[in-house]
Design a protein around this ligand. Structure first.
Ligand code: FEO
Ligand code: CA
Ligand code: CA
Length: 666
């Protein structure tokens, strides 16, 4: 494409930063009057702290902390905090080991070729660990916390970091500009093989985790793996292409961000920023034009359409409807076709963490990661059968998708995204549930859902019964667009919402919510961060993205988008207290090398191992003082984790254990 690139960033990096205007055209909740009500209530609470009548619907604590950091007791986390900062390496709290477990290019099969970065091939890549590890899940074998299947998403590729000879720097009008040469077909094929997911057997031997290279369930899933489309949209005319007249068979998955492991031990891959893989022009009067505009399709950050017609919307206009779904993988059968579960909606899926409800139905929480988009949940129609795995294998084809409407009185309502209900009828262009699901965003717009500040991971917590919603940021939110659940204009640092579903019933259609934490530097008054006063200068963070709950029900938050300019620190993993006097206290446990974001995180059921994924290390560095120039294959801001001159930077999964053994944090 030979583009001149803005601000020293590369196309796939820019896509991932989601730095567009947001594509939600509705004005569902520009709630000036609601804000006015909220603030007047806040004044009331300040003057009468003893009044508790309102506490049932709006937490006085949440309102008070909007302006004042909380005085707090000590953190429930006993580790010694890492110092926040930026350098070439990763750092973990003292007394822990943080070992590299799997790097981009590592062999996953006994016959996989050795990684040769200057001569990488698609065939080799398809047998090696993929690029830009994101979601990490662990599926125990025989209930063990020391032997299991690690499942890892490979969200996207950074060609400027992967391939030699692509980038040149040119002087123009006294300014340096970076240029990226077009990719060859072989390089596009490597990219397609580096996307998707990995299933790999791992085992702890003498206290150290090892990859089992000849594990019989080891598998790579790529952007070419044959998959099935299932559920209400399967077979829709809008999913049919030249290659598939049935609308039920599709090749591959990509931009798999976060995901989940189901209670029945399958692996969920969420398809997120799928718009970047499509190019070409759709006629303005095409029947999919409005649908694709709402999803930002085509965006063209990737060059796949130059070599494969299915990624050109002019040549294959329905292909993009076959992406943006939740994918379920049966890890017990490495030959099985992964299933795109259309009942769970089509949007920029961040993840799909689940919990078995008290009535046996399974509830999945889903974020749509774009500015001003929505939080969803999916409730299965059937119930989970712990005694019969096979009985659960199609639970995700039948259920109800809901979208969240957060109100200023501290309530949340889950609105059914169901054909024939409310505005989801032929009058608004829907002929079936398939149409509703293919255009889930449009359906949610019509329902009046609450436009959020980039919903990322949404994590149910089975210990305290709450649900945690990570909202990364939204600098495009204007003052007149703030609402109770998105209370800051130009929200640069994001926030976390805590939901309590009515009656502790995760399938309930109503609940209560409050803001757990507004992120950013609490020492800068204008930022309005609400970390507790026990939180140190290292302990605060911005841009919450992925998260995990350990077996004690404690919250760990990983971030995406910090850096020297934004917060003066790299991304990392922070432990966040949610209970008691320490609520909203945060401590830095692990930090990534320069340019990376923090994905994963995950703990084994015994809490003795933590997995974190270091994604896109060395992407950036021009704003980092000792480096200070664009980072690309020949001139990298870090060569983590090998630090060898002939080895490029490699996204990797890191495994964390406590020296001498024991739980990560007690
Ligand atoms: Fe791929 Fe929403 O982070
Ligand atoms: Ca994410
Ligand atoms: Ca991210």
């Amino acid at each position: 494409m030979n583009n001149e690139l803005p601000e020293n960033r590369f196309p796939t990096s820019l896509l991932e930063e989601n730095d567009g205007p947001g594509r939600n055209p509705t004005d569902n909740r520009t709630m000036g009057e609601i804000i006015a009500a909220r603030f007047s209530r806040r004044g009331f609470l300040r003057g009468s702290l003893a009044v508790s009548a309102i506490a049932a619907t709006v937490s006085p604590l949440a309102l008070i902390t909007a302006d004042n950091a909380r005085a707090a007791g000590g953190s429930a986390f006993n580790f010694e905090e890492v110092e926040a900062g930026v350098d070439e390496n990763h750092h973990v709290a003292a007394g822990y080991d943080a070992d590299i477990l799997l790097r981009w290019g590592d062999a996953l099969f006994a016959d996989a070729p050795e990684f040769k970065p200057t001569a990488q091939t698609a065939a080799a890549q398809a047998k090696q660990f993929g690029y830009n590890n994101d979601y990490v899940g662990f599926i125990p074998i025989d209930g063990s916390s020391e032997h299991g299947l690690l499942v890892v998403n490979h969200e996207y590729t950074n060609p400027h970091l992967m391939f030699p000879g692509l980038v040149t720097i040119e002087e123009k009008d006294g300014k340096k500009a970076i240029k990226q040469a077009p990719l060859s077909k072989e390089q596009v094929d490597v990219e397609m093989a580096a996307h998707g997911g990995t299933v790999v057997e791992i085992r702890k031997v003498d206290g150290k985790w090892q990859v089992v290279k000849d594990g019989k369930l080891n598998r790579r899933i790529t952007s070419n793996t044959e998959m099935q489309i299932t559920g209400p949209a399967a077979g829709s005319d809008r999913l049919k292409t030249n290659a598939d007249a049935t609308g039920t068979k599709v090749f591959g998955t990509f931009n798999n961000c976060a995901g989940g492991v189901t209670p029945w031990g399958t692996y969920i891959m969420a398809e997120e920023n799928i718009h970047g893989y499509f190019s070409g022009e759709l006629p303005a009067d095409h029947k999919e034009a409005a649908n694709y505009k709402r999803m930002g399709i085509p965006e063209g950050a990737y060059e796949w359409a130059a070599h494969y017609d299915r990624f050109d919307v002019a040549k294959e206009p329905n292909e993009a409807n076959r992406f943006g779904w939740i994918v379920e993988v049966d890890v017990n059968d490495p030959t099985s076709a992964p299933k795109k579960r259309t009942a769970m909606g089509r949007f920029k899926h961040e993840g799909a963490e689940s919990i078995v409800n008290k009535d046996g139905r399974v509830v999945f929480y889903l974020g749509d990661d774009e500015r001003f988009d929505y939080v969803y949940k999916f409730v299965t129609a059937g119930t989970y059968n712990a005694a019969d795995r096979a009985a659960n294998m199609d639970l995700l084809d039948d259920g109800t998708l809901y979208v969240a409407k957060f109100s200023e009185d501290g309530s949340v309502e889950w609105l059914p995204v169901v054909f024939g209900q409310g505005p989801l009828t032929a009058d608004n262009g829907f002929a079936s549930q398939a149409d509703v699901l293919i255009e889930t965003r449009h359906a949610a717009d019509l329902l009046g859902a609450t436009k959020m500040d980039r919903p990322e991971d949404v994590q149910p917590n089975g210990v305290n019964g709450k649900v945690y919603v990570m909202l990364t940021n939204n600098t495009k939110r204007k003052a007149e667009q703030i609402d109770a659940a998105n209370p800051r204009a130009e929200n640069a640092f994001g926030h976390i919402i805590e939901i309590a579903e009515d009656g502790g019933d995760f399938a309930a259609t109503k609940g209560k919510w409050e803001v757990l934490l507004k992120c950013g530097d609490p020492s800068v008054a204008d930022v309005g961060a609400t970390f507790s006063t026990s939180t140190t200068a290292n302990g605060w963070f911005g841009m919450p993205d992925n998260c995990a709950v350990d077996s004690a029900g404690r919250l760990w938050v990983a971030t995406d988008g910090q850096g020297p300019k934004a917060t003066g620190r790299t991304d990392g993993l922070w432990a966040v207290d949610t209970e008691g006097d320490a609520r909203a206290t945060s401590k830095l446990f692990f930090r990534v090398p320069v340019g990376a974001e923090m994905c994963g995180p995950l703990f084994t059921p015994d809490d003795q191992t933590g997995f974190v994924a270091v994604q896109h290390p060395a992407d950036g560095g021009d704003d980092w003082k000792p480096f200070g120039r664009p980072s690309y294959y020949e001139d990298l801001s870090t060569r983590w984790p090998d630090f060898k001159p002939d080895m490029p930077v490699r996204p990797s999964v890191v495994v964390i254990t406590k020296q001498g053994g024991g739980k990560i944090a007690v």
